[in-house]
Design a protein around this ligand. Structure first.
Ligand code: SF4
Length: 427
């Protein structure tokens, strides 16, 4: 079976086919649903795409049911209800198309706690499909990624936050038991041969006391496998960083967004440049690998603001930096309050009318930023040795990532050159 083929369905009843799909899978879903319905089954879609675009998915006939919210809460009850053929209400968190063309909704789903969930099945990890390409880190041996989830939800409400990229959007912050998370990490290392764990919470250190307890648990156990996590700068301080280091935390992703207080405020980040700078220096002091995410083209942003972002990145010199274009997806506060629209674009393609800088200008600025940053002496001095070690430890993955990055830069450069040519000839 080729990738994207509809699997062969046997028997009279296809039951329930639940798919975690994205917008790029529309073609697959168009083929899947008739095949499943022919055998009396139902297609259920869950995941971020379903959460954001359920109404449109159902109206286009791509699925029978869409799960909105956390699938772990709604899927078991929905599957039971559909398989048994019983009547009665659907569990909360489900949408469907009514016979009159309206959208039925069973109400918001309950929030699930990680403690109630089983461990991730090992074959999901060991078949090598899942890697954390965005975090190239050298650990002295090949990376075999494990993935775990601990705390869920988020205490903050950034105005650009979208369920397209953050599973926590507008979800209550829930702490798991530190022991449960530790047991799953141990299970993945001891039984699944994982050499590094990525804890996938959107806000890992959102509760200081919880973080210190978790770190103490790992430290006392003599835990020796590196792990990484993601959080915010203002949810870290020196005591927490020292505890993370002793517990084997090797790296972290933090959302920097901008080096301009004005832009941070417009984004509702509730964090200042000074906090980012001070914490970033502490993170460097403890020697963590770092991946910082930034944005340009935010509401009201000027070239001077974008230069401040580049300067802050240069100063903190993270291992990896990602620069995206601010994108007001339909579910963001930016779209709702400020009436801004992404125009169907994704964060790799600047939307029009968000700030005074044109899409062409933003693309050129980003290209220049990447070139200046990754070829700067300070970056090479700080990270070339680590990058070389990563390449030796993971030759295949590193070659693929380098080729993908080179092709991205080349495509952007060609596009930008084309845009410049068009705009110049139009002048
Ligand atoms: S801190 Fe992260 S997860 Fe929380 S609201 Fe902001 S962007 Fe979303």
């Amino acid at each position: 079976m080729k990738r994207g083929d509809v699997p062969e369905l046997r028997g009279d009843n296809a039951g329930v086919v639940a798919v975690e799909a994205g917008a790029r899978h529309d073609g697959f879903l168009e083929r899947l649903r008739p095949a499943v319905r022919e055998r009396g089954g139902s297609v259920v879609i869950f995941g971020m795409y379903s959460g954001v675009s359920a109404d449109s998915i159902l109206k286009r006939g791509l699925a029978d049911f869409c799960v909105v919210g956390e699938a772990e809460a709604a899927l078991p009850g929905l599957a039971e209800r559909l398989i048994s053929g019983g009547g009665g209400a659907f569990p909360p968190g489900v949408k469907w198309l009514e016979p009159d063309g309206g959208i039925g909704f069973s109400g918001p789903s309950a929030a699930v706690n990680t403690d109630d969930m089983p461990f991730l099945p090992l074959p999901v990890l060991t078949d090598g499909r899942y890697r954390k390409n965005s975090f190239p880190i050298s650990i002295g041996r090949p990376l075999k990624w494990g993935f775990a989830l601990g705390n869920r939800g988020c205490r903050f409400a950034c105005r650009f936050c979208t369920a397209m990229t953050r599973q926590s959007l507008r979800k209550e912050y829930r702490l798991c038991s530190p022991e449960r998370l530790f047991e799953e990490m141990k299970y993945q290392v001891e039984r699944g041969g994982r050499t590094i764990i990525s804890v996938e919470d959107d806000l890992f250190t959102g509760d200081r006391e919880w973080t210190l307890r978790f770190c103490e648990l790992l430290e006392k156990s003599g835990w020796a496998t590196p792990w990484i996590m993601q959080t915010r700068f203002d949810c870290l301080d020196e005591e927490v960083l020292a505890a993370l280091k002793r517990a084997g935390c090797a790296g972290m992703t933090c959302g920097m967004e901008s080096g301009s207080d004005r832009v941070l405020e417009a984004l509702g980040k509730r964090e200042t440049v000074e906090t980012i700078r001070r914490t970033g220096k502490l993170i460097n002091k403890y020697g963590f690998a770092t991946r910082y995410t930034t944005m340009i083209g935010s509401p009201g942003e000027t070239e001077a603001d974008a230069r401040m972002t580049a300067a802050l990145v240069r100063e903190l010199n993270p291992t990896v930096v990602q620069m995206s274009f601010c994108t007001p997806y339909a579910d963001t506060e930016l779209a709702k309050e400020a009436g801004l629209r992404s125009g169907g674009r994704r964060f790799e393609d600047p939307a029009a009318g968000i700030c005074a800088l044109s899409a062409d200008r933003l693309k050129r600025m980003r290209l220049k930023f990447y070139a200046k940053h990754y070829f700067s002496l300070s970056y090479l001095r700080g990270h070339a040795a680590g990058a070389a070690k990563y390449l030796i430890e993971n030759p295949r993955a590193a070659a693929g990532q380098n080729a993908a990055f080179a092709s991205f830069v080349a495509r952007q450069a060609l596009k930008t050159a084309g845009l410049r040519f068009v705009s110049r000839s139009a002048e």
